[in-house]
Ligand binder design. Structure first.
Ligand SMILES: [Zn+2]
Length: 91
């Protein structure tokens, strides 16, 4: 039996992708909103600038998780995003 990828939907563009390719934000029942790990409702986002912008502007993650998300979470997301893209533009 081969392992099938776990598919999740991006909250911004609604594309369904392998979970491994997506950034994950979880509303942990104890620790609040976290970027990796955690137990509870999760939302996923493509590691692209456009999806990040969309999610930020339209509060897609907040709506998906039904809670407020601190700006530090978005800062961390953006850093992860830059790590994913990195080699593209240095300047
Ligand atoms: Zn997307």
């Amino acid at each position: 039996m081969s392992q099938r990828p776990i598919l999740r939907r991006c909250v911004a563009c609604k594309k369904v992708l392998d979970r491994k390719c997506l950034l994950k934000v979880t509303k942990d029942f104890q620790n609040g909103v976290v970027l990796s790990g955690g137990m509870g409702r999760s939302a996923y986002l493509c590691p692209t600038e456009s999806c990040f912008e969309e999610a930020l502007k339209r509060k897609r993650l907040q709506k998906a998780l039904r809670c407020d998300i601190h700006s530090s979470i978005f800062n961390m997301l953006q850093k992860q995003l830059n790590n994913c893209i990195d080699s593209d533009t240095e300047a």
